[in-house]
Design a binder for this molecule. Structure first.
Ligand SMILES: NC(=O)C1=CN([C@@H]2O[C@H](COP(=O)(O)OP(=O)(O)OC[C@H]3O[C@@H](n4cnc5c(N)ncnc54)[C@H](O)[C@@H]3O)[C@@H](O)[C@H]2O)C=CC1
Ligand SMILES: O=C(O)[C@@H]1CCC=N1
Length: 278
């Protein structure tokens, strides 16, 4: 399905690089099928060309004209400028794939001004190692075949969960932002390891493997998360002592509140643009 398609990344920052890295590393498409363009950072384009063997073009309109699939990968606040700059080069046979937090497909459809298919997605930076948890949904004009194409694209860099658009903000708070919460906890674990006299290398192996193990276990058991952490806790042992501190500090409530706030923020990003930036 993707064999002869050209994929243009409009916006070439961290998220674009994570997806490009996954697509190239896993040979989902040939590097030459990918074109990256951005607003003004030629150095970043040179780097992407060298690192991944993809094509780049600093002329956004040319890059978009050549694309069969256009991945919108700029910050949400730049989407209007970005689409306005290339709109005249777009057409209804192209497929537009947004990775933008909060921005509804209807907003992108309005900016395009025609009935090209738009698919909204929310990947995460683990795409770079083929382990993204991506949510995707269709806009008004996108076909099931286009949805399948995008599912195929993102399946290559992790799991894909197809949802309706009303759930995309929740996907964003949980999985789009999700890696950051874990890295934040890792930073605290590194600090504790250092204070306890472990070297950086020792800590890095112990912590990353512990997280990989948790992920693999979650994917291979029917046990609940509560059962899994209770399994680790010996009565009056080390884990119980640690969990007690987390409970005293209401850590679970803090995490739930943080994710709820991220979901709310995704909704805000969408409504701000719908109301003011059109
Ligand atoms: N960083 C992450 O973990 C995730 C980010 N996202 C979404 O990905 C999008 C990009 O985020 P990042 O890659 O982190 O941002 P970034 O700041 O690293 O990259 C943004 C890119 O957009 C380009 N750009 C800005 N204005 C432009 C314009 N008018 N025309 C063309 N290109 C333009 C910049 O040159 C840059 O290459 C955001 O909308 C964000 O919501 C989605 C999932 C995860
Ligand atoms: O922080 C953000 O807004 C983006 C969306 C999800 C992850 N990063």
């Amino acid at each position: 399905m993707l064999e002869n398609k050209t994929i243009t990344f409009l916006g070439a920052g961290s998220m674009a690089e994570a997806v490009i890295g996954g697509l190239v590393r896993l040979q989902v498409v040939a590097p030459q099928q990918i074109i990256a363009t951005n607003l003004s950072d030629q150095e970043k384009l040179n780097y992407l060309e060298q690192e991944y063997g993809i094509r780049t073009n600093s002329n956004r309109a040319e890059a978009v004209k050549e694309g069969d699939i256009i991945i919108l990968a700029m910050k949400p606040k730049h989407v209007k400028d970005a689409i306005d700059a290339v709109q005249s080069m777009t057409n209804e046979s192209q497929l537009f794939v947004s990775v933008l937090a909060g921005i509804p497909t209807s907003y992108i459809e309005d900016l395009l001004g025609h009935q090209a298919g738009v698919i909204r997605t929310m990947p995460n930076t683990s795409a770079k190692v083929g382990a993204s948890a991506t949510g995707i949904c269709k806009g008004s004009y996108a076909t099931n075949q286009q949805l399948n194409e995008v599912e195929q694209l993102f399946s290559a860099v992790g799991t894909v969960t197809v949802v309706t658009e009303d759930k995309l903000d929740a996907v964003t708070g949980i999985a789009g932002s999700g890696p950051a919460y874990f890295y934040y906890v890792v930073e605290a674990m590194e600090l504790a390891a250092e204070q306890a006299g472990l070297s950086k290398e020792e800590a890095a192996t112990l912590i990353s493997q512990t997280i990989v193990g948790v992920g693999k276990r979650l994917q291979s058991t029917k046990k609940s998360s509560r059962e899994l952490y209770q399994e680790v806790m010996s009565p009056n042992g080390t884990t119980e002592a640690g969990i007690k501190v987390l409970e005293e500090r209401q850590t679970q409530e803090a995490v739930t509140d943080a994710i709820t706030r991220a979901i709310e923020r995704s909704k805000e990003l969408g409504s701000v643009f719908l109301n003011t930036n059109k």
